[in-house]
Design a binder for this molecule. Structure first.
Ligand code: COA
Length: 162
């Protein structure tokens, strides 16, 4: 069974991430979408909320699972016998960061393979931060995130609890 993992902060998941999830799930027998920690990144949503938003976003994708992990990706891959790590590449500006991360992951686990997928071009300028920024000014984000994420984001910005 060929298993891949797609790690990220997903604060929140956007349609760009979902585009990558769909592409990867067509290539592998099983895809684990992993909410992981990026030190130094303050998140708007708790890990439970990010997992919940992802789970709802992948409903109906039978070979996709959602998980949370607080350690190194290199270790997760070893423990779960994962064949490849999936990363999205939106633009050349992603390259340097991805290259650094790929080489560090390789150093930590020489067995690791990292596969880059390009999202549809309509998502190349998307990021979780830009979606939060637009939403915080009351802008329309309905084409960037699934409806349930839009709802949670608006609630969060209004300071309402679930
Ligand atoms: N569509 C839309 N947005 C996308 C995207 C896509 N296809 N791909 C990336 N992005 C956005 C993300 O939303 C994120 O936006 P933000 O910075 O505004 O939040 C930004 O691009 C960067 O995303 P990504 O490169 O996935 O970084 P991340 O911070 O979400 O994830 C981890 C980084 C969690 C994968 C990394 O820190 C990690 O591996 N952590 C685990 C610990 C570890 O092993 N550390 C050592 C790594 S060498």
């Amino acid at each position: 069974m060929k298993v891949a993992v797609y790690p990220g902060t997903f604060d929140p998941v956007t349609n760009g991430h979902i585009d990558i999830i769909k592409r990867a799930s067509r290539i592998f027998d099983k895809l684990i979408v992993l909410v992981a920690l990026h030190r130094g990144k303050d998140t708007m949503f708790t890990k439970e909320e990010r997992v919940e938003m992802l789970k709802k976003s992948v409903e109906g994708m039978r070979n996709v699972e959602v998980d949370f992990y607080e350690g190194l990706i290199a270790e997760y891959v070893k423990d779960k016998r994962i064949l490849a790590v999936i990363r999205g590449m939106r633009a050349v500006s992603d390259f340097e960061y991805e290259f650094q991360m790929a080489l560090m992951n390789r150093h930590l686990n020489p067995e690791i393979e990292i596969i880059y997928l390009f999202p549809d071009e309509k998502y190349t300028y998307l990021s979780s931060s830009i979606v939060k920024e637009v939403a915080s000014f009351g802008g329309d984000i309905s084409t960037f995130v699934p409806p349930h994420v839009e709802k949670m984001l608006i609630k969060k910005l209004r300071g309402e609890s679930e």
